[in-house]
Design a protein around this ligand. Structure first.
Ligand code: AMP
Ligand code: GLY
Length: 423
């Protein structure tokens, strides 16, 4: 079977490695892929993950039997619609359903209309109104650009001046382009955060093992927000009781709401949750696998991933028994020093392969091949995942593996999983 995976990060590497597990019959192509994915798939670095016409043409010409569209951009742009037009089955939501991530205004409207618990909010399409709202709001306050913003469109503001600055940057200076035509101004919530990725075919929803991201750049959750500096799974805060409440009040109602809005969601729906004093609330929806969450969740999956994905597309997910191992996983992201701000790339990555244990997966995120050498090419470079019986062992093993990896300016947080162990 010919499989196409769209994307180029650690998430896509984890998806490809899991697809291949125990399947000799798959030929996998990656658009564009990266230096590490090249060992597991045929990469097409000349095609951008955002060029949805080129993706669909490639898939048609190369007789792709099934496509997996992993990143937010092509999903929101309508890659799945284009592939479907060519008759190619896909894993991922169509353009209409991808609005659940592509527009925070749509997501908030959905939650309000269908009584799905979330932070209270207001939407503004002009800066003057947004600025006068802030003046009378309780602090801290959360300001979010409506559209996609590389995960950087959320501002937690502790004072009036920074809130005004955020509105001006988003709406007047257009730092996120048209994504800032509208803003959501939202109540600040507190509590432990949980990420839950779910398979859904629009009828059945199957939560995967829960996880915890570490979004800040520095130890102790200090520093700037990043795409994610590490993850652990399962998340100790997501107890069976919380899971049951989320299924009743959040997961199933979201699927029903999307159907009621004529936007049936098929693929991976990501729930970013905050467990507040008043129960679990949705912080954000993503229309895709999270990254680096996927790098701890998929290594724990026991069921054949392609079987699940095909059943999702064929709307018979209820016929698959999706199973996860009882173990734990920890992923430490190794980044370029300076990320998420200024950093240099092009440094050769050295891995002492003989010292890397069998329970370790090294997922490539920002790497490329130059003259046969693997070099850094982006902010987040590698995701080092360990799977073990306990969380403590998984953390220790992931950090041990990190000590055998080096490149100039290499940086990683030293406290991934610490909070989870203390919980
Ligand atoms: P997002 O990009 O939507 O995932 O938001 C980034 C981070 O901002 C989240 O993981 C939360 O830690 C934080 N955040 C977003 N919305 C809120 C909120 N209403 N209250 C408190 N923190 C929030
Ligand atoms: N790790 C958060 C995300 O994928 O959006």
């Amino acid at each position: 079977m010919n499989i196409l995976v769209v994307g180029s990060g650690g998430r896509e590497h984890a998806i490809i490695k899991k697809l291949k597990e125990g399947r000799e019959d798959l030929k996998i192509f990656a658009i564009p892929g990266n230096g590490g994915i090249a060992a597991d798939a045929v990469c097409l670095p000349e095609i951008s993950a955002k060029d949805i016409d080129a993706i669909a043409d490639f898939a048609e010409m190369n007789r792709i039997d099934f496509a997996v569209v992993a990143p937010d951009d092509p999903l929101v742009l309508g890659a799945v619609d284009k592939l479907h037009e060519k008759g190619i089955p896909c894993f991922g939501p169509d353009k209409k359903a991808a609005r659940i991530e592509g527009s925070k205004v749509f997501a908030k409207m959905l939650m309000k209309k269908y009584n799905i618990p979330t932070a209270s909010y207001e939407v503004f399409d002009n800066a003057d109104d947004a600025l006068s709202c802030i003046k009378t709001s309780k602090l801290p306050i959360v300001i979010k650009a409506d559209g996609l913003a590389l995960g950087k469109g959320v501002f937690i503001c502790n004072d009036l001046a920074s809130a005004e600055k955020a509105v001006k940057e988003i709406m007047l200076n257009k730092i996120f382009g048209d994504s800032g035509n509208k803003v959501v101004i939202e109540e600040y919530l507190t509590g432990p955060e949980v990420s839950v990725l779910c398979f859904t075919d629009g009828k059945t929803i199957v939560p995967m093992v829960s996880s915890m991201d570490h979004k800040r750049a520095l130890d102790g959750d200090e520093g700037l927000n990043t795409g994610g500096m590490g993850t652990i799974a399962p998340n100790p805060y997501f107890t069976e009781e919380v899971a049951k409440e989320c299924m009743e009040k959040i997961f199933m109602p979201t699927i029903n709401a999307m159907n009621a809005e004529d936007s049936k969601f098929k693929g991976c729906l990501y729930f970013g949750l905050m467990l507040t004093e008043n129960g679990p609330k949705v912080i954000e929806y993503n229309c895709r696998f999270g990254d680096p969450e996927t790098q701890v969740v998929l290594p724990l999956l026991k069921t054949d991933l392609l079987d699940i994905m095909i059943a999702t597309e064929n709307e018979c997910l209820d016929s698959v028994n999706v199973e996860f191992s009882n173990g734990s996983a920890c992923c430490v992201v190794i980044a370029s020093g300076g990320y998420p701000q200024k950093y240099n790339t092009g440094y050769e990555i050295k891995i002492d392969e003989a010292s890397i244990a069998d329970n370790i997966s090294i997922f490539h995120a920002g790497t490329k091949l130059v003259d046969g050498k693997t070099v850094t090419s982006s902010g987040r470079v590698l995701g080092v995942t360990a799977v073990a019986d306990s969380l403590k062992e998984a953390i220790d093993d992931a950090y041990k593996a990190c000590s055998y990896i080096n490149f100039t300016d290499c940086y990683y947080r030293k406290d991934i999983g610490k909070r989870a162990l203390e919980a």
